[in-house]
Write a protein that binds this ligand. Structure first.
Ligand SMILES: Nc1ncnc2c1ncn2[C@@H]1O[C@H](COP(=O)(O)OP(=O)(O)OP(=O)(O)O)[C@@H](O)[C@H]1O
Ligand SMILES: [Mg+2]
Length: 389
C-alpha cells in the first residue's frame, strides 16, 4: 500500500478494538475506532474511510442499522460485518442489505485478510466502473451533440445513459446473489444456495424484460394505419387484462361509446398503449400503501368532439395516485417506482406511439385517490398523415 487506506473499526468490546486495531495497523492500515453506532457515524463523516468493519450485535444501534445508515451516507462504502457464533441469519440479512462480507468471531487473521482484500478489490473495480460510465456518458454526449439536429438521436443518447445506469443497478444485484450462492457453496448450506439463487433469478428476469422492451422501442416500426373500430381495440385489451385484474382483486370495467365511428389508426400500437395504461392502473390499485378500498379501473372510449381529434380513451383508477414531483418524470425512460417489478419503459413507449399518431396524452391525478390518463388521437388517412378533418 502506497497511501495508507483508512479503515473504521466498530465494536462495543474494548478488547476487540485494541487487538484488532493493532493487527490492522501492523498490516499498514490507518485505523479509526468507535464503540457504538452513533460514534461510528460521527467518525465516518470526519474521516471518510472506504472500509468499515463493524460488530453486528451492539447495544443501541446494531450493526445492521449502522450498515443501512453508512450506505445512505455513501453507497460506495464497503462494510464488513463481524458476527458471533450462531448469528448466521443476521449475517445473511446483512448481505442482502449490501454488506461486503462477514467474518465470524473469534476472528481468524487469514480470513480477515481475505475479506479485506475482496473489499479493496471491489473498491478498485467500482472506481474503474465509474470512470468507464463517465467516459460512456461523455461519449454519448459528444455523439449526441454531433447529431443534435435530429431529436431522435438525443433521445437515444438519454436512453443509453439511462440504460448504463439500469444495467449497473441490476449488475449490483446480481453480484449480491452470486456472492450468497458462493457462500452457500463454501459452507455447504442449501438455504443460502436457495436464497442466493432466487436473487440471481429475479435479476435475470429483470434484465430480460428490459431488453425486450428496449428492442421494441428501438425498432423503427412503421405504424400500420387501418380504418378500424376504436372500441374493438378496447375490448381486446379488456379481455387480455381481465385475468391480471382478477388476480389482484381489481374490478376492470368498460365504458365504451358505442357510437364511435371507425377511424384511421394503428390498432396494434394503440393496443400496446392501452395495455400499458391498464397494467399501470391495476398496479396502482394493488399498491399496498392504499389497499384499503376495492380497486377499480375503468377503460372508457369517447369522441373528443373537436376537429383535431376524433377518438379518445380514458383509463381511470382509484389507486395510489401520482405525486406532484413524480409528474415531470413519468414519461422518461427508466423512471419507475416499482423496484424489481417495473423498468419504467411503459409510459415512454406509450407516448412515442401516441406522438406518432399526432395525438396527445394527458394525465391527472389525486395522490391517495386515483389517476386518469387520457389519450386523444388525430384523424389519419391510410398514409398516416394527419388529414384535414
Ligand atoms: N395509474 C398510475 N397510478 C399511479 N402511478 C402510476 C400510474 N401509472 C404510472 N405510474 C407511475 O409511473 C411510473 C412509470 O410508469 P411506466 O409504465 O413507465 O413504468 P413501470 O410501470 O414502472 O414499468 P414498466 O416498464 O414495466 O411499465 C410507475 O413506476 C409508477 O410510479
Ligand atoms: Mg408500466
Amino acid at each position: 500500500m502506497n497511501v495508507k487506506e483508512k479503515i473504521l473499526l466498530v465494536d462495543d468490546e474494548e478488547g476487540i478494538r485494541k487487538v484488532l486495531g493493532i493487527s490492522l495497523s501492523d498490516k499498514g492500515y490507518d485505523v479509526f475506532t468507535a464503540q457504538d453506532g452513533e460514534g461510528a457515524l460521527r467518525v465516518f463523516k470526519e474521516t471518510k474511510p472506504s472500509v468499515v468493519l463493524t460488530d453486528i450485535k451492539m447495544p443501541g444501534m446494531d450493526g445492521i442499522e449502522l450498515l443501512g445508515r453508512l450506505k445512505k451516507e455513501d453507497p460506495d462504502t464497503e462494510v464488513i460485518m463481524i458476527t458471533g457464533h450462531g448469528e448466521m441469519d443476521l449475517a445473511i440479512k446483512s448481505l442482502k442489505y449490501e454488506a461486503t462480507d462477514f467474518v465470524t468471531k473469534p476472528i481468524n487473521d487469514d480470513v480477515l485478510e481475505i475479506a479485506l482484500k475482496r473489499a479493496y478489490e471491489k473498491i478498485s473495480m467500482k472506481r474503474q466502473l465509474r470512470d468507464y460510465t463517465q467516459n460512456l456518458e461523455k461519449l454519448v454526449k459528444e455523439q449526441s451533440a454531433k447529431l443534435v439536429e435530429t431529436e431522435r438521436a438525443a433521445a437515444v443518447g438519454q436512453t443509453v445513459a439511462g440504460l448504463a445506469h439500469a444495467i449497473k443497478n441490476i449488475a449490483g444485484g446480481l453480484r449480491g446473489g452470486v456472492f450468497v450462492v458462493e457462500k452457500g457453496m463454501e459452507l455447504g448450506n442449501d438455504e443460502y444456495l436457495r436464497q442466493g439463487w432466487d436473487m440471481v433469478k429475479t435479476d435475470v428476469a429483470r434484465i430480460r424484460a428490459m431488453a425486450l422492451d428496449l428492442l421494441n422501442y428501438a425498432k423503427e416500426r412503421i405504424p400500420d394505419y387501418k380504418l378500424y373500430d376504436p372500441n374493438g381495440v378496447a375490448r381486446e385489451v379488456l379481455a387480455l387484462m381481465g385475468p391480471r385484474a382478477k388476480e389482484y382483486g381489481v374490478a376492470l370495467e368498460a365504458d365504451l361509446d358505442e357510437d364511435l365511428p371507425d377511424v384511421w389508426f394503428d390498432p396494434e400500437g394503440m393496443h400496446r398503449c392501452l395495455t400499458n395504461l391498464v397494467t399501470n392502473a391495476i398496479d396502482a390499485c394493488a399498491d399496498i400503501t392504499c389497499a384499503e378500498r376495492d380497486g377499480r379501473v375503468v377503460l372508457k372510449s369517447f369522441a373528443p368532439g373537436n376537429e383535431q381529434y376524433r377518438a379518445g380513451y380514458e383509463v381511470a383508477d382509484n389507486g395510489c395516485g401520482i405525486t406532484e414531483e413524480m409528474m415531470p418524470k413519468l414519461f422518461q425512460s427508466f423512471f419507475s417506482t416499482k423496484g424489481t417489478k417495473g423498468t419504467g419503459l411503459g409510459l415512454m413507449t406509450t407516448k412515442k406511439i401516441v406522438d406518432e399518431h399526432g395525438g396527445d396524452i394527458a394525465v391527472q391525478s389525486d395522490p391517495g385517490k386515483g389517476t386518469q390518463f387520457v389519450i386523444r388521437f388525430a384523424p389519419m388517412d391510410h398514409t398516416g398523415a394527419a388529414s384535414e378533418a
